[in-house]
Design a protein around this ligand. Structure first.
Ligand SMILES: C[S@@+](CC[C@H](N)C(=O)[O-])C[C@H]1O[C@@H](n2cnc3c(N)ncnc32)[C@H](O)[C@@H]1O
Length: 345
């Protein structure tokens, strides 16, 4: 394969890969590695991503070597969002960084510095004092075509709207059924209790499964989904394209138009939370809006500083089991719901 790659013969690389899979009882990491690096050598990043996806779906334990090849290629090609997305994914899977991939990730960091991208996310994530701190190795989750994953004894109703499968390149982790249903129920309770508005409007910022559950539980509820993934254009005028890098690049009619704003930022960085907070304040009505934020426990202090949010007892979970602890933060005390505010003594 490497020889064919050196000659730029992608068809031959792929032919050998198919032959290898056909003949081998078990496809080893080495096979994936050689194929991915061969395709990257030819410059076929999309082809390498496909093999990576195959590797991910076949492997229950999440090693770092295979993702590292893609991370390095993204960095070299200036595909920084993709590099950050895969690094985030690796971290969220609970993989403990070590020296060897620290070097690869450093490549990305240096590039980002060059491009004057803000790097504060490294404090929270991986560089260097935080290496692996407190994170546990976890099993590779199944990818689901719906967010309606069973949780405990509860199972999703047959009519739950089908969600698109997660795309790791966009840091997508769908809630499990119990979480999505609990959140939707909370939002509907807020809608009913909201005395300040005649027809309460809800904004779901980067949480498409909440949008789907809300619509499923009450089709009359007015919800706008702000999302980066254009596959959700299927929701018609309820969909607004949103990139957190342009926090206020949104239609003016959305400004201050929402009584309830729920946000689930794609990344655990300071920069990302600051920008999402800017969007939340753009969207929220000026008088006592209800704000809900779902993100990692690591963002607790920033959530309080930026938006005055405090953590609730309720623990959000995802259909892919993540290594990081997730929390729900609110700007109101839900009291008997969601385990109330969990205040430090
Ligand atoms: C951690 S997931 C939250 C999804 C939520 N748990 C759910 O089940 O609906 C982050 C979301 O951010 C979106 N996203 C990815 N890149 C983004 C960007 N540049 N700007 C805004 N949102 C983005 C993803 O498509 C994804 O829906």
């Amino acid at each position: 394969m490497p020889q064919y790659a050196a000659l730029g013969k992608k068809d031959n690389v792929m032919r050998l890969w198919e032959l290898y899979k056909e003949r081998m009882l078990c496809v080893y990491n080495r096979g994936y590695k050689i194929t991915i690096t061969s395709l990257l050598k030819i410059g076929d990043i999309e082809g390498a991503e496909k093999i990576f996806e195959e590797w991910e779906s076949e492997h229950s334990s999440y090693g770092i070597r295979i993702p590292n090849h893609l991370i390095a290629a993204y960095a070299r090609n200036g595909l920084l969002d993709k590099a950050v997305a895969i690094i985030d994914r690796v971290i969220l899977k609970g993989v403990k960084p070590d020296e060897s991939h620290g070097v690869v990730w450093q490549e990305c960091i240096l590039l980002m510095i060059k491009l004057r991208r803000q790097l504060s996310f490294q404090e929270t994530h991986f560089w260097p004092r935080d290496l692996g701190g407190g994170r546990t190795r976890i099993a590779k989750p199944e990818l689901n075509d719906t967010a309606a994953e069973s949780h405990g004894t509860e199972t999703a109703p047959a009519s739950t709207p089908a969600l698109i499968s997660e795309d790791w390149r966009m840091s997508q982790f769908w809630y499990d059924h119990h979480t999505a249903q609990t959140l939707a129920q909370e939002v509907l309770t807020l809608c009913k209790s909201d005395s300040q508005s005649l027809s309460t409007r809800v904004a779901c910022v980067a949480c498409p499964s909440l949008y789907a559950y809300l619509k499923n539980m009450d089709s009359d509820v007015s919800v706008q989904l702000l999302e980066y993934d254009k596959r959700f254009e299927q929701y018609g005028s309820d969909f607004t394209f949103y990139d957190y890098n342009q926090p206020e690049d949104l239609p003016l009619e959305l400004k201050r138009g929402f009584d309830i704003v729920v946000a689930d930022p794609p990344y655990l960085s300071k920069e990302c939370l600051e920008k999402v907070a800017q969007t939340v304040s753009f969207l929220a009505r000026s008088e006592k809006p209800f704000l809900l934020l779902l993100t990692g426990e690591v963002q607790k202090e920033r959530a309080a500083e930026l938006m005055g949010l405090l953590p609730c007892g309720f623990r959000p979970r995802h259909s892919s089991k993540l290594g990081n602890e997730f929390r729900l933060f609110t700007n109101y005390d839900p009291e008997t719901r969601l385990g109330g505010w969990e205040l430090d003594n």
